[in-house]
Design a protein around this ligand. Structure first.
Ligand SMILES: NCC(=O)N[C@@H](CCC(N)=O)C(=O)O
Length: 743
């Protein structure tokens, strides 16, 4: 559409399409953003689980691909911004890239249908390569779509406002942020529930197609809503290959500066002024504005480095805590929903109460000051996380160091045993059977039928004896005496199982870190005289055999034990992050499973997840001050033809932050998690000090005003054309000179 015609349309729309001072078109844009963020966060919520349990990737691969995908989503905005500002304009870019995005979501959903390659109908796909290829294609399209439209939607929203609506424009960015978080909150709650359903054509499996299909549908809705508002938008036309001109202009300025490096040439105020001979003053001024803001962005990725650890380190921290809130139980990964919930409450509180109050007190809380304070809030959030970590560390078992091994002895033999352990007092181990039949009259003061080392040894881990040598010899007081040479694994915990026939004693490796996702690790030692089948275990247990650990979730869990003839049920309530070895006695069925005894290998988590709320509160307050303000700032300080580019620059700070997380995770961690949190907090404080100094020297501008002034000047500047001609002549002369010198 020609510019004049477009301006006419704008004027007409301005008058008719307003509600309470806001352009009505904004409604379509915020609803579109809500649906798009639902789609994005919903898909993200189940992505790692899909990698882990559908594609059967290991943890490391699953998390690396996940973070790489997130980083890609924040790098593609550059592409979207270039397309929008230089070629298609924001409106068309949003439409085309939303189509790419929706196709990506559909491809992703299709890739999760196990039935498409499950020819033998065993419930697992037969052709993993096809599923991987489809999902990777889907993810690339999604990253292109979500990243590509992201800088355009915010900037397009801003474009709907007129000069007299600057107050509404600021509110728009807050409402926009609210919609992002409302979408993310709902989808993060809903999609995991959809995944937990069972569905399928031939076999019933976890319903990934539904969990990915609903976000795909929401993306289609998002596109439809956006198109529905088409007639009401203010659409600014792209101004040609602006990025090309920007690059050429910068290159010329640098080149020209270099050519005139001698002291005989008078200095210019700014190095970009060296482009004046050839380029428009307006373009030079616009580039200066953008560069000034981009320079200011350099320290910002550090904020996102801390912020994005909510989804990784903080969730891992939650897995070592308990989420039992009495009426309901919160899973560790659900703790992340605290962030959008707090956003929904904090944004209005800040906008309506805190910021106006600060203004009333006469304080100038400028955008850059807000962002600095936001960074400091994020740093304090990490100090809070470190304090919580210290509390958790107090409750964690004393795991062996890499030069130590730990040993526990379980006596399933019918009599008590005295074991002589190197450099320790002889140790009396009560018999499981003796204990169980109440004939137990040994000196063991603890009721536990296993080793009572805590009575005898001053070790910090009650049931384990810690050794700093690998090879040990244990002597048992049986007749004849049994001597057992053991080769312990360094850095590991092991249990020596003494079965009913002590000579057949064997070592079994124990769990040596907290079970994943706050689950509980359980295993069984079969003291029954025949093989046993136990629900949840991979295979049946032979007599005297010890099963591998199996993970069970929090809550009441029931195990059915059967030898094919008789069976009984054993129930137990589990908390979070515990580990138990259950000893099955020889009178299992006559006592209806009640004689099963337990050894606590690892105590359940005891620090409550509610303790994470302060750190979530602090980081979210930081986010409101930093992120919402940054979004506004990036729009307000950008020249009109580079609004999307600057939004993309802003989003890029997030991509770099994610890449730093990836690098830090790869480089390894400090030995103590709390120390790593303190390190990150200190780094962010240092960075925020640097940022505040940079911000001090930044002068806020009104790009529209500057642009208007330059245009006015240019109209009255007869030299402009002459300058260009002179420059072209100079260049030609230079080239000729070079040629002659060569000859
Ligand atoms: N609470 C997370 C959130 O709102 N994220 C936003 C902003 C991300 C950013 N770098 O600006 C989102 O759009 O997802």
């Amino acid at each position: 559409m020609p510019d004049s015609k477009m301006d006419e349309t704008k004027k007409k729309k301005k008058k008719t399409a307003e509600c309470c001072g806001y352009p009505i078109s904004i409604f379509f844009i915020v609803v579109n953003e809500f649906c798009e963020r639902f789609s994005y966060y919903g898909m993200r919520a189940v992505l790692v689980l899909y990698f882990r349990y559908f594609l059967l990737w290991d943890d490391d691969l699953a998390t690396s691909i996940y973070h790489a995908f997130v980083a890609l989503c924040y790098l593609t905005p550059i592409l979207g911004a270039i397309i929008a500002d230089s070629w298609l304009g924001k409106f068309k870019t949003i439409i085309y890239l939303s189509i790419v995005y929706a196709v990506g979501q559909v491809v992703m959903a299709v890739s999760t249908i196990h039935d498409i390659t499950d020819a033998n109908r065993d419930g697992t796909p037969d052709n993993f390569t096809l599923h991987i290829a489809l999902s990777m294609l889907g993810l690339v399209l999604i990253a292109l779509g979500t990243g590509g439209i992201k800088p355009c939607v915010a900037a397009f929203g801003g474009d709907q406002f007129q000069e007299h609506q600057s107050r509404q424009l600021n509110t728009f960015f807050s409402v926009f942020y609210l919609c992002i978080n409302a979408g993310s909150l709902l989808s993060t709650l809903i999609t995991p529930v959809l995944r937990a359903q069972e569905c399928g054509i031939h076999t019933q499996q976890q319903c990934y197609p539904l969990a990915f299909g609903v976000p795909a549908a929401l993306m289609v809705v998002s596109l439809v809503v956006f198109i529905a508002g088409s007639g009401m938008y203010t659409k600014t036309a792209p101004e040609g290959n602006i990025m090309g001109s920007v690059c050429k202009c910068i290159w010329f300025a640098l080149n020209n500066r270099f050519r005139h490096r001698s002291d005989i040439y008078p200095k210019r105020e700014h190095w970009m002024d060296w482009a004046e001979e050839k380029y428009d003053k307006l373009l030079i001024a616009q580039i200066k504005m953008v560069l000034k803001v981009l320079f200011l962005y350099i320290p910002l990725p550090m904020f996102w480095t801390l912020f994005d650890q909510k989804g990784s380190r903080w969730t891992l921290q939650a897995t070592t805590m308990t989420g039992d809130f009495g009426g309901f139980v919160l899973q560790p990964d659900q703790m992340q929903t605290v962030n959008p919930i707090l956003i929904l409450t904090l944004v209005p509180i800040m906008d309506r109460i805190i910021f106006p109050l600060i203004k009333k007190c006469g304080l100038n809380f400028s955008p850059l000051k807000r962002m600095t304070v936001g960074m400091l809030f994020a740093a304090t959030a990490f100090i809070a996380a470190a304090l919580v970590q210290m509390e958790i560390d107090k409750t964690l078992p004393n795991f062996p160091s890499s030069s130590e091994s730990q040993l526990k002895v379980v006596n399933m033999h019918s009599e008590s045993l005295i074991v002589t352990v190197p450099s320790q007092e002889p140790l009396l181990i009560g018999s499981f059977e003796v204990q169980h039949t109440s004939k137990h009259t040994t000196a063991v003061s603890h009721w536990c039928f296993t080793i009572s080392s805590h009575v005898v040894f001053p070790q910090s881990s009650p049931d384990y004896i810690t050794f700093d040598q690998q090879d040990i010899r244990l002597a048992f007081n049986t007749t004849p005496e049994i001597n057992k040479d053991l080769s312990l694994i360094k850095g590991s915990r092991q249990t020596l199982i003494i079965p009913s026939e002590p000579a057949e004693m064997y070592l079994k490796e124990d769990i040596k870190s907290k079970p994943k996702e706050g689950k509980n690790a359980v295993r069984f030692v079969n003291g029954w005289t025949a093989y046993l089948n136990i629900t949840n275990l991979e295979s049946s247990l032979q007599p005297s055999e010890t099963s591998n650990y199996t993970l069970v979730s929090q809550g009441m869990r029931k195990f059915t034990l059967t030898d094919g003839i008789q069976s009984c049920e054993f129930s137990r309530k589990f908390g979070f992050g515990s580990s138990y070895t259950f000893l099955i006695p020889s009178d299992l069925f006559s006592t209806d499973c009640e004689s099963i005894k337990e050894i606590e290998d690892m105590q359940p988590n005891s620090v409550h997840m509610a303790l994470q709320i302060p750190q979530y509160f602090l980081i979210t307050t930081g986010e409101v001050m930093f992120s919402v303000t940054g979004l506004q700032f990036s729009y307000s300080q950008a020249p009109k033809n580079m609004k999307s580019v600057l939004q993309a620059g802003w989003l890029c700070t997030n991509a770099v932050g994610n890449i730093i997380v990836l690098i830090v995770a790869e480089l390894g961690k400090l030995p103590k998690q709390w120390a790593e949190y303190v390190l990150f907090a200190s780094l962010l404080v240092a960075v925020s000090i640097i940022f505040s100094i940079m911000a001090y020297f930044y002068t806020y501008i009104d790009p529209a005003e500057i642009e208007a002034e330059i245009l006015k000047q240019q109209e009255t500047d007869p030299d402009k054309k002459k300058k260009k001609e002179t420059l072209e002549m100079e260049e030609k002369e230079n080239e000729q000179e070079i040629k002659q010198t060569k000859i």
